[in-house]
Design a protein around this ligand. Sequence first.
Ligand code: SAM
Length: 241
Amino acid sequence: MQATLYIIGTGPGDPEQLTLKAMKALNTCSVLVTPKGSVNGNSTALAIVSQAVDTSAKEILELYFPMKKIHIGAEPEAEVRDAWQHAARTVLARMEQGKDVAFPTLGDPAVYSTGYYLYENIMAINPAATVKFISGITAMSSCSAATAIPVCLGDEMLAVIPATFKDNRLRKILEMFDTIVLMKVHKVIPHLCQLLGELGLLDKSVLVERAGMDDERVFTDLTAITAPPHYFSTIIIRKKQ
Ligand SMILES: C[S@@+](CC[C@H](N)C(=O)[O-])C[C@H]1O[C@@H](n2cnc3c(N)ncnc32)[C@H](O)[C@@H]1O
Protein backbone atom coordinates (compact mmCIF):
# COMPACT_ATOMS: atom_id res chain seq x y z
CA MET A 1 0.00 0.00 0.00
CA GLN A 2 1.15 3.53 -0.77
CA ALA A 3 2.60 5.45 2.16
CA THR A 4 0.75 8.51 3.47
CA LEU A 5 1.87 11.88 4.77
CA TYR A 6 -0.38 13.23 7.55
CA ILE A 7 -0.18 16.98 8.10
CA ILE A 8 -1.49 17.25 11.65
CA GLY A 9 -2.61 20.23 13.71
CA THR A 10 -1.32 19.87 17.28
CA GLY A 11 -3.34 22.69 18.84
CA PRO A 12 -1.47 25.71 20.22
CA GLY A 13 0.25 24.21 23.26
CA ASP A 14 -1.75 21.99 25.59
CA PRO A 15 -1.19 18.33 24.57
CA GLU A 16 -4.73 17.58 25.79
CA GLN A 17 -5.91 19.60 22.79
CA LEU A 18 -4.58 16.99 20.36
CA THR A 19 -7.60 15.35 18.74
CA LEU A 20 -8.21 11.61 18.83
CA LYS A 21 -7.64 11.56 15.07
CA ALA A 22 -4.29 13.33 15.49
CA MET A 23 -3.26 10.88 18.23
CA LYS A 24 -4.17 7.90 16.06
CA ALA A 25 -2.09 9.12 13.12
CA LEU A 26 0.83 10.17 15.34
CA ASN A 27 0.89 6.76 17.01
CA THR A 28 0.77 4.95 13.66
CA CYS A 29 3.44 6.86 11.73
CA SER A 30 7.02 5.62 12.07
CA VAL A 31 8.50 8.96 11.00
CA LEU A 32 7.89 12.39 12.50
CA VAL A 33 9.02 15.39 10.47
CA THR A 34 8.69 18.54 12.53
CA PRO A 35 9.19 22.20 11.68
CA LYS A 36 11.42 24.53 13.68
CA GLY A 37 11.89 28.25 13.09
CA SER A 38 15.61 28.53 13.86
CA VAL A 39 18.54 26.27 12.97
CA ASN A 40 19.50 25.59 16.60
CA GLY A 41 15.99 25.88 18.03
CA ASN A 42 13.46 23.26 18.98
CA SER A 43 10.18 22.37 17.37
CA THR A 44 7.22 23.47 19.50
CA ALA A 45 4.96 21.07 17.59
CA LEU A 46 7.29 18.20 18.54
CA ALA A 47 7.35 19.34 22.17
CA ILE A 48 3.54 19.20 22.26
CA VAL A 49 3.40 15.78 20.58
CA SER A 50 6.13 14.33 22.81
CA GLN A 51 4.00 14.98 25.90
CA ALA A 52 1.22 12.77 24.55
CA VAL A 53 2.82 10.17 22.27
CA ASP A 54 5.67 7.70 22.84
CA THR A 55 8.16 8.85 20.22
CA SER A 56 11.10 6.70 21.40
CA ALA A 57 10.88 4.19 18.53
CA LYS A 58 10.15 6.77 15.82
CA GLU A 59 12.55 8.43 13.41
CA ILE A 60 12.39 12.15 14.21
CA LEU A 61 13.58 14.73 11.71
CA GLU A 62 13.45 18.34 12.86
CA LEU A 63 13.66 20.50 9.76
CA TYR A 64 14.39 24.22 9.64
CA PHE A 65 11.69 26.40 8.06
CA PRO A 66 12.97 30.03 7.96
CA MET A 67 10.50 32.48 9.49
CA LYS A 68 10.31 35.03 6.69
CA LYS A 69 7.40 37.05 5.38
CA ILE A 70 5.57 35.19 2.65
CA HIS A 71 3.63 37.16 0.05
CA ILE A 72 1.11 34.85 -1.56
CA GLY A 73 1.45 34.97 -5.34
CA ALA A 74 5.08 36.13 -5.18
CA GLU A 75 8.20 33.96 -5.25
CA PRO A 76 9.54 33.26 -1.74
CA GLU A 77 13.13 34.11 -0.87
CA ALA A 78 15.65 31.50 -2.08
CA GLU A 79 16.44 30.40 1.51
CA VAL A 80 12.76 29.74 2.16
CA ARG A 81 12.16 27.98 -1.16
CA ASP A 82 15.24 25.76 -0.63
CA ALA A 83 14.07 24.79 2.87
CA TRP A 84 10.58 23.87 1.63
CA GLN A 85 12.00 21.81 -1.24
CA HIS A 86 14.47 20.06 1.08
CA ALA A 87 11.60 19.19 3.45
CA ALA A 88 9.48 17.88 0.56
CA ARG A 89 12.31 15.69 -0.74
CA THR A 90 13.03 14.38 2.78
CA VAL A 91 9.39 13.41 3.33
CA LEU A 92 9.04 11.82 -0.12
CA ALA A 93 12.21 9.76 0.40
CA ARG A 94 10.70 8.21 3.56
CA MET A 95 7.38 7.62 1.79
CA GLU A 96 9.17 5.87 -1.08
CA GLN A 97 10.51 3.45 1.57
CA GLY A 98 6.87 2.66 2.40
CA LYS A 99 6.88 4.64 5.66
CA ASP A 100 3.94 6.76 6.79
CA VAL A 101 5.10 10.22 7.83
CA ALA A 102 3.49 12.64 10.31
CA PHE A 103 4.14 16.36 10.04
CA PRO A 104 2.81 17.95 13.25
CA THR A 105 2.29 21.68 12.99
CA LEU A 106 1.20 24.19 15.65
CA GLY A 107 -2.52 24.95 15.90
CA ASP A 108 -4.36 24.06 12.70
CA PRO A 109 -2.60 23.48 9.34
CA ALA A 110 -5.18 25.73 7.64
CA VAL A 111 -4.09 28.88 9.50
CA TYR A 112 -0.70 30.47 8.70
CA SER A 113 1.03 27.10 8.81
CA THR A 114 4.09 25.65 7.09
CA GLY A 115 1.98 22.55 6.42
CA TYR A 116 0.53 23.87 3.19
CA TYR A 117 3.93 25.02 1.87
CA LEU A 118 5.20 21.49 2.44
CA TYR A 119 2.10 20.11 0.72
CA GLU A 120 2.53 22.33 -2.36
CA ASN A 121 6.19 21.40 -2.69
CA ILE A 122 5.42 17.69 -2.37
CA MET A 123 2.69 17.96 -5.01
CA ALA A 124 5.12 19.79 -7.32
CA ILE A 125 7.54 16.86 -7.13
CA ASN A 126 5.01 14.00 -6.99
CA PRO A 127 1.36 14.90 -7.67
CA ALA A 128 0.36 11.28 -6.96
CA ALA A 129 1.66 11.34 -3.36
CA THR A 130 -0.99 10.59 -0.73
CA VAL A 131 -1.34 13.48 1.72
CA LYS A 132 -4.04 13.83 4.37
CA PHE A 133 -4.75 16.83 6.60
CA ILE A 134 -5.88 16.47 10.20
CA SER A 135 -7.21 19.71 11.61
CA GLY A 136 -6.26 21.00 15.03
CA ILE A 137 -7.46 23.61 17.49
CA THR A 138 -6.34 27.06 16.40
CA ALA A 139 -4.49 29.50 18.64
CA MET A 140 -7.45 31.84 18.11
CA SER A 141 -9.88 29.27 19.56
CA SER A 142 -7.65 28.60 22.53
CA CYS A 143 -7.24 32.36 23.20
CA SER A 144 -11.00 32.74 22.98
CA ALA A 145 -11.47 29.95 25.54
CA ALA A 146 -8.82 31.44 27.86
CA THR A 147 -10.64 34.78 27.95
CA ALA A 148 -14.29 33.69 27.47
CA ILE A 149 -14.45 36.09 24.51
CA PRO A 150 -16.35 34.69 21.51
CA VAL A 151 -14.83 35.57 18.14
CA CYS A 152 -18.12 35.93 16.26
CA LEU A 153 -21.78 35.65 17.15
CA GLY A 154 -24.98 36.36 15.23
CA ASP A 155 -24.31 38.57 12.24
CA GLU A 156 -20.83 39.69 13.34
CA MET A 157 -17.96 39.68 10.87
CA LEU A 158 -14.59 38.26 11.84
CA ALA A 159 -11.16 39.06 10.38
CA VAL A 160 -8.02 37.06 11.15
CA ILE A 161 -4.84 38.79 10.05
CA PRO A 162 -1.14 39.10 10.82
CA ALA A 163 -0.51 42.37 12.68
CA THR A 164 2.58 43.14 10.64
CA PHE A 165 1.12 45.08 7.69
CA LYS A 166 3.16 48.23 7.04
CA ASP A 167 0.43 49.98 5.00
CA ASN A 168 -3.04 51.15 6.06
CA ARG A 169 -4.76 47.77 5.58
CA LEU A 170 -4.66 47.14 9.32
CA ARG A 171 -6.51 50.38 10.11
CA LYS A 172 -9.14 49.63 7.45
CA ILE A 173 -9.73 46.11 8.77
CA LEU A 174 -9.92 47.36 12.36
CA GLU A 175 -12.56 49.85 11.25
CA MET A 176 -14.56 47.41 9.13
CA PHE A 177 -14.89 44.19 11.15
CA ASP A 178 -16.70 43.42 14.43
CA THR A 179 -14.01 41.14 15.77
CA ILE A 180 -10.39 41.19 14.66
CA VAL A 181 -7.90 38.52 15.62
CA LEU A 182 -4.34 39.75 15.30
CA MET A 183 -1.61 37.16 15.00
CA LYS A 184 2.19 37.62 14.99
CA VAL A 185 1.83 40.65 17.27
CA HIS A 186 4.98 40.25 19.36
CA LYS A 187 7.19 42.79 17.56
CA VAL A 188 4.58 45.49 16.95
CA ILE A 189 2.90 46.12 20.31
CA PRO A 190 3.80 49.85 20.54
CA HIS A 191 2.48 50.50 17.02
CA LEU A 192 -0.69 48.51 17.76
CA CYS A 193 -1.30 50.39 21.03
CA GLN A 194 -1.07 53.69 19.16
CA LEU A 195 -3.45 52.57 16.40
CA LEU A 196 -5.94 50.92 18.77
CA GLY A 197 -5.86 54.04 20.94
CA GLU A 198 -6.63 56.26 17.92
CA LEU A 199 -9.58 54.02 17.01
CA GLY A 200 -10.89 53.81 20.59
CA LEU A 201 -10.34 50.05 20.67
CA LEU A 202 -7.79 49.65 23.45
CA ASP A 203 -10.41 48.71 26.05
CA LYS A 204 -11.85 46.11 23.64
CA SER A 205 -8.49 44.37 23.17
CA VAL A 206 -6.98 41.43 25.01
CA LEU A 207 -3.66 39.69 24.40
CA VAL A 208 -3.10 36.04 25.23
CA GLU A 209 0.49 34.85 25.42
CA ARG A 210 1.31 31.10 25.19
CA ALA A 211 -2.32 29.98 25.30
CA GLY A 212 -2.63 26.43 26.61
CA MET A 213 0.96 26.34 27.90
CA ASP A 214 1.99 26.24 31.56
CA ASP A 215 3.04 29.89 31.56
CA GLU A 216 -0.05 31.27 29.74
CA ARG A 217 -0.65 34.97 30.43
CA VAL A 218 -3.59 37.24 29.63
CA PHE A 219 -3.18 41.02 29.26
CA THR A 220 -6.33 43.14 29.29
CA ASP A 221 -4.34 46.40 29.23
CA LEU A 222 -2.03 46.36 26.22
CA THR A 223 -0.37 49.62 27.27
CA ALA A 224 0.94 47.82 30.38
CA ILE A 225 3.07 45.50 28.21
CA THR A 226 6.57 46.91 28.62
CA ALA A 227 8.65 44.17 26.94
CA PRO A 228 7.81 42.35 23.71
CA PRO A 229 5.66 39.33 24.54
CA HIS A 230 6.49 35.84 23.27
CA TYR A 231 6.00 35.05 19.57
CA PHE A 232 3.10 32.84 20.69
CA SER A 233 0.84 35.81 21.39
CA THR A 234 -2.51 36.68 19.85
CA ILE A 235 -4.77 39.69 20.32
CA ILE A 236 -8.57 39.48 20.16
CA ILE A 237 -10.40 42.77 19.58
CA ARG A 238 -14.17 42.39 19.97
CA LYS A 239 -16.10 45.61 19.54
CA LYS A 240 -19.49 44.51 20.94
CA GLN A 241 -18.96 43.30 24.47
C1 SAM B 1 2.64 30.80 12.19
S1 SAM B 1 1.21 31.27 13.10
C2 SAM B 1 0.56 29.68 13.49
C3 SAM B 1 -0.95 29.70 13.67
C4 SAM B 1 -1.52 28.30 13.93
N1 SAM B 1 -1.38 27.45 12.76
C5 SAM B 1 -2.99 28.34 14.35
O1 SAM B 1 -3.78 27.53 13.85
O2 SAM B 1 -3.34 29.12 15.21
C6 SAM B 1 1.96 31.76 14.61
C7 SAM B 1 1.06 32.70 15.37
O3 SAM B 1 0.03 31.93 15.98
C8 SAM B 1 -0.31 32.50 17.23
N2 SAM B 1 -0.07 31.48 18.27
C9 SAM B 1 0.46 30.26 18.10
N3 SAM B 1 0.47 29.58 19.26
C10 SAM B 1 -0.07 30.40 20.19
C11 SAM B 1 -0.33 30.27 21.57
N4 SAM B 1 -0.04 29.15 22.23
N5 SAM B 1 -0.89 31.32 22.22
C12 SAM B 1 -1.21 32.46 21.57
N6 SAM B 1 -0.99 32.64 20.25
C13 SAM B 1 -0.42 31.62 19.57
C14 SAM B 1 0.57 33.73 17.43
O4 SAM B 1 -0.13 34.86 16.96
C15 SAM B 1 1.74 33.41 16.54
O5 SAM B 1 2.44 34.57 16.16
